[in-house]
Design a protein around this ligand. Sequence first.
Ligand SMILES: Cc1ncc(C[n+]2csc(CCOP(=O)(O)OP(=O)(O)O)c2C)c(N)n1
Ligand code: SF4
Ligand code: SF4
Length: 831
Amino acid sequence: MVKAVFDNFAPDAQKDHFTIGINDDVNHTSLSWDANFSVEPESVVRAMFYGLGADGTVGANKNSIKIIGENTKNYAQGYFVYDSKKSGAMTVSHLRFGPKPIRSTYLISKANFVACHQWIFLERYDMLSSLVEGGVFLLNSPFGANEVWEKLPREVQKHLIEKRAKFYVIDAYQVARNTGMGSRMNTILQTCFFAISKVLPPEEAIEQIRQSIRYTYGRKGEEVVQKNLKAVDETLAHLHQVKVPAEVTSKIEIPAPFSAEAPKFEREVLGAIYAGHGDDIPVSAFPVDGTFPTGTAKWEKRNLALDIPVWDTKTCIQCGKCAMVCPHAVIRIKVYDSRELTGAPAAFKSADARDKEWQSKKYSIQVAPEDCTGCGICVDICPAKNKSETRLKALNMEPQPPLRYQENENWKFFLKLPELDRRDIKLTTIRQQQVQEPLFEFSGACSGCGETPYIKLVSQLFGDRAIVANATGCSSIYGGNLPTTPWSKNLDGRGPAWSNSLFEDNAEFGLGFRVSVDKQTEFARELVHRLAPTLGADFTNLLTTSSQKNEAEIYQQRERVASLKQQLVKIQSPEARQLLAVADLLVKKSIWIVGGDGWAYDIGYGGLDHVLASGLNVNLLVLDTEVYSNTGGQASKSTPRAAVAKFAAGGKPAAKKDLGLMAMSYGNVYVASVAMGAKDEHTLKAFLEAEAYDGPSIIIAYSHCIAHGINMTTAMSDQKVAVDSGQWLLYRYNPERALAGENPLTLDSRTPTKKVKDFLQQQTRFQMLTKSKPEDAKRLWQLAQHDADLRYKMYEYLAQRKPEPVPAREPQPVAEGRPDVKQEGLQTTTK
Ligand SMILES: Cc1ncc(C[n+]2csc(CCOP(=O)(O)OP(=O)(O)O)c2C)c(N)n1
Ligand code: SF4
Ligand code: SF4
């Protein structure tokens, strides 16, 4: 839990300036705010605002503090409480204003103003328990003043009646839509606060908001300013007081945080944390060894989407692209026998499977309506147009609320349909591969995140035998932030094992997994050999030498290991007991070392380089957002020239570091540079090759991010411009090809057909400079074009070079203390 504190923000009488104290990283469990503290002077306005991460609530409240602190005699204070999930989690702003210095160094527990900026919170949090008698409740509601009462949960009605609350509603989303603000409703609700609370005379407050809009959004252009001003003007006409009836009439109950179907630990511990009651859980309730169950994000129904995709079975060409790009693994595909449709809900959709190899099977695409974030990426990427109505595709966004319950039933039915046998799925085409079950689902990444589709792909392809080392960054936050994790398991209980060590040592951490797995595999093989007289020569041979290079062979090895374990329990010997403990290590494991560019290019680079040089069989995945995304967008060595980022406010003066080229210089490292939105089949091929390569592999994956200042809905298809302009290259460097006498480098990008500026002008991170420093922007944009031209020519040259004959592969350098690997070299490491 992180709190930023703006304490006692008020004019300093003597010096005529303002002081702000910012106190980050305050662990709120160390503070107490029990009832004794909550006796505060009546003259203090105590307001709590419940918002959604990145919906602008916190920003608007900081702005309100400034307005009050600068323009009234009041002192102002703010605490901002948010968990460390990515945007989309709840934020609570605690604001105090009063005529005297505010000494309350704790959160508000008795508020006289509570604002709920998201309707969905009503069924998740008991927000009104902190409202004092006669207090105000402001609700952003899709229902008007006349109909809202019946839509409230019983508990909320009860609070409003018992506390004799003044209740106001506004459909802020509607005002935002009408005024061209999209879904940004922060200034609208801020206006409501000033209008109701009267901390300032309303006209004066509104003038102050107007001024701060001009100041804050001026850089973004007059159009943005005008939209915000219009939103403020329209607000008061849509703000209505609701007459609170005398009786509770609602039949709607606030549901338990996690469904009753969830296991006990998930319900009682993780569910309680999710509901905000983590401080009440005794330490004894937590796992002693720090391991937590996986597959828990599925209980956390965030219900964020205003609109969700709806499938048109007739228009769909069954390409699988929607499932591939979905950042949250929310849209899924299954192929199954028609008899499975018995008992399907009436609204459940299916079509005949089109793929020749799936003749006579049924095909369904289904969305989890309460897990979808409404990002719209799947619809944007869908290539199938409805011929009779060209504005429509095979997927179209439609309002979620009327579909929620029906699609929930459909989702539950869909989950029960059997998965296709992994051995029967052709992995080289997306249309088939995307049928694989994702074992990374419903992550709390920002809506539309560009990193998560790559991780999901790893989980589909190798998840049932993967071990993941995760560097700190967005991927560790949405990957394993309490209380839940999106890393999950299949029906057989197999799924990735995941851990996060540090930002700076992740590559070494993952290398340790490899070394440890190899050692245990070696020990298991040794024990099998010792037991050969009992197990039989053929079985011993198969168990210890199977190459396990595809799903069918892995399946066979799992069968062998299962049979081995059955035999071992009957053998009374120390070897048998020891082998039982390590027998699972006879099945190939896939080691993934995952992190962002801040880790890979900068802070973890030394370790990453060491791991690449080790020759050991690991797969490094660099989620390249070209900034430190998790901490708010600081420049890394990956940041391209001309981009504005923190620590590069005047535009990054230097070119992006070529990490791929550096890795290639070893000669024995598999290197790929991919951009899923530009060429998805290429991404798939690179992931398969990297994992199959018996040595170190590194994939550098272009990942769009909210930090780029882009339209996230079209971000995947916009990746094409990055590649078409030469700003991002697609290539694969496969040392196996060198061994076969071919050039190891394949340049998969075609000669650029667009200019770099076509890419740069799509993104605020580049455009900002054209407004603030046009001359610098011009120079840096020219240099960026030059960078791209040079890079393309160099890679073209390298890829066209006649290959030099390569001598037979030498044993690779290995870490000391690894005699097993030293003897046998690269070939012997297991995956
Ligand atoms: C040694 C160290 N320095 C700084 C941090 C704070 N920190 C956590 S995540 C992060 C940014 C990660 O950026 P990146 O690796 O690019 O991953 P992204 O968030 O973009 O996915 C930073 C600076 C840390 N955890 N450890
Ligand atoms: S709208 Fe976004 S989250 Fe929802 S299914 Fe489509 S891609 Fe996934
Ligand atoms: S990479 Fe960007 S979009 Fe994805 S979770 Fe991080 S900040 Fe959000």
